[in-house]
Design a protein around this ligand. Structure first.
Ligand code: 6LW
Length: 499
């Protein structure tokens, strides 16, 4: 299997899970505090993926309204059986472990059935075809009981009644890797008479990797394979780092592949990942009864660099996301304008009036025309409430602002007009010395009137809006926001320069 783009799905799409149903493939990822939640992608060739819908599209499916940053929708597993699609996932610091079902993967999905009294993450779902027993295998990290942290429980497993969410057995411990930290992201596969348990270990940072064990029954015992972790980028200078949290799939040509998360840290010492954890793919094969997984290599895509929205449709496209509430709750769109009604909340708060689009290229630029004659709002790039850069217009001024860990700096100019175009560019760091190039990129904030007389207000160091600096599970999201009054946006343009 060759010619697959890598990243497969650029931008923050972490903890990918994939299922093959006939000649179709479906893939889902984590979304944390962003809504709509848990996107579902479709493909027929493992190469071209189309967003077909979201699992979480209405209030009540997740406890999103007040979820802490980095909480929410963690690490889905998507599977299919007897005409029903299943997604098991953890609503971290929210409702807990949940089972969602649908007959159409584009939705609607069910409200979500709680797996009772099971406080773990990264649930996997597998059935023993011999007797139809359903197994949920998960990582023993408690994010939902509210009890004080009492250590990591390793890989655990229950049998479960999927219709009620009732566990049918007590949790039992399974093989949990080679001893590296954070054994997680377990998946069970039946192949050639064995049951294989694939996990991530080493943590989702640079030490991440995948290890495999096998046994003769879905409940184990499992014996670790040779050469674990069988894939990891740790201590290498590979472009794609943090590789782990994978899911195995058979390709259209019968060969095997593993879809997993990874990061593309930039800067002279590969230290800062603006885009967060993305979805990647690599080839795999069975050798002597064990799974071999190849290192994850970059394969720049030759398409998909641009996204433009003229807001002519009555509803926003599903590419737009919002924070702890739905885009439709804050955005009024149609007839070529997107209007956001500010409610006084700023980007420092839990639920700003903000709609965003994931940055998908390390070098990229976005622009939007803003009519702020009746309000204050602008264009931003954010990781979370404590880490965001924006350019804002309204009240006769235009202001560039940088917020890092709550520390703030502003640059203000008189606004050239109430209707301006705001620009946000992520460019490689200039200079030739090592010190110059330590950072990942610069974020340049500028204003123009219909593209003319572009005035730069600020040039900010991009390392502070990175997964490593923000200690975040997400990635950069470029977005439009309003703080006060009605702010009207038109002609949003996003262009990636490289993949
Ligand atoms: C995910 C787990 C992880 O559930 O982070 O660090 C969690 N590893 O596998 C959120 O992405």
């Amino acid at each position: 299997m060759t010619g697959l783009p890598n990243p497969l799905i650029p931008g923050f799409y972490p903890d990918p899970s994939v299922v093959r149903v006939g000649t179709d493939y479906y893939l889902a990822t984590s979304t944390f505090e962003y809504l709509p939640g848990v996107p579902v992608f479709h493909s027929t060739d493992l190469s071209h993926w189309t967003l077909i819908g979201h699992v979480v599209e209405r209030p009540g499916q997740l406890a999103s309204h007040d979820v802490p940053t980095n909480g929410g929708a963690w690490a889905p597993t998507i599977r299919h059986r007897d005409g029903t699609f299943y997604i098991v996932i953890t609503d971290a610091m929210g409702r807990g472990m949940l089972i969602f079902t649908a007959t159409d993967p584009a939705g609607p999905w069910s409200d979500g059935t709680v797996v009772e009294d099971i406080h773990g993450i990264d649930p996997d779902l597998a059935w023993d075809d011999d007797d139809g027993t359903a197994y949920i295998t998960y990582s023993g990290l408690d994010t939902t009981s509210g009890k004080p942290f009492s250590g990591h429980g390793g890989i655990q497993q229950i049998t479960v009644d999927l219709a009620t969410g009732k566990p049918l057995s007590e949790p039992k411990s399974l093989w949990s890797g080679t001893g590296l930290k954070f054994p997680e992201a377990p998946h069970l596969y039946r192949h050639d008479g064995y049951w294989y348990l694939m996990i991530a270990e080493g943590g989702t940072e640079r030490g991440h990797g995948i290890s495999v064990a096998r046994g003769t029954s879905p409940g184990g015992p499992f014996e670790g394979g040779p050469g674990n972790p069988v894939v990891s980028a740790r201590s290498t200078s590979r472009v794609i780092q943090n590789t782990g949290h994978g899911d195995l799939v058979q390709a259209p040509d019968g060969s095997w592949a593993v879809i997993m998360l990874g990061m593309r840290p930039a800067g002279a010492t590969q230290a800062f990942s603006a885009l967060g954890r993305e979805t990647f793919i690599t080839t795999a094969r069975w050798e002597d009864g064990w799974l071999r997984i190849d290192p994850v290599e970059p394969a720049p895509a030759n398409e998909g660099f641009g996204f433009t929205d003229h807001f002519t449709a009555p509803a926003l496209s599903p590419d737009w996301i919002a924070i702890r509430r739905y885009p439709s709750e804050v955005a009024d769109t149609g007839s070529g304008r997107l209007t956001l009604a500010g409610d006084g909340s700023t980007l420092d708060e839990l639920r700003p009036v903000f709609v965003g689009y994931r940055q998908q290229h390390r070098q990229a630029e976005a622009s939007v025309t803003v009519d702020a004659s009746e309000g204050i709002g602008g264009l931003a790039v954010r990781f979370d409430e404590l880490h965001h850069y924006e350019i804002e217009v309204g009240g006769g001024t235009v202001t560039a602002r940088g917020t890092v860990a709550g520390l703030r700096q502003e640059w203000t100019l008189p606004a050239p007009s109430d209707a301006v175009t705001l620009h946000l560019e992520c460019i490689p760091p200039p200079g030739s010395t090592l010190l110059d190039m330590l950072t990942s990129d610069l974020v340049v904030l500028s204003v123009s009137v219909a593209g003319a007389d572009k005035r730069e207000l600020a040039r900010l160091d991009g390392r502070y809006l990175s997964q490593e600096t923000a200690a975040s599970f997400t990635g950069r999201v470029l977005g439009l926001y309003a703080v006060h009054g009605d702010v009207a946006f038109s002609d949003f343009r996003y262009e990636g320069i490289e993949s």
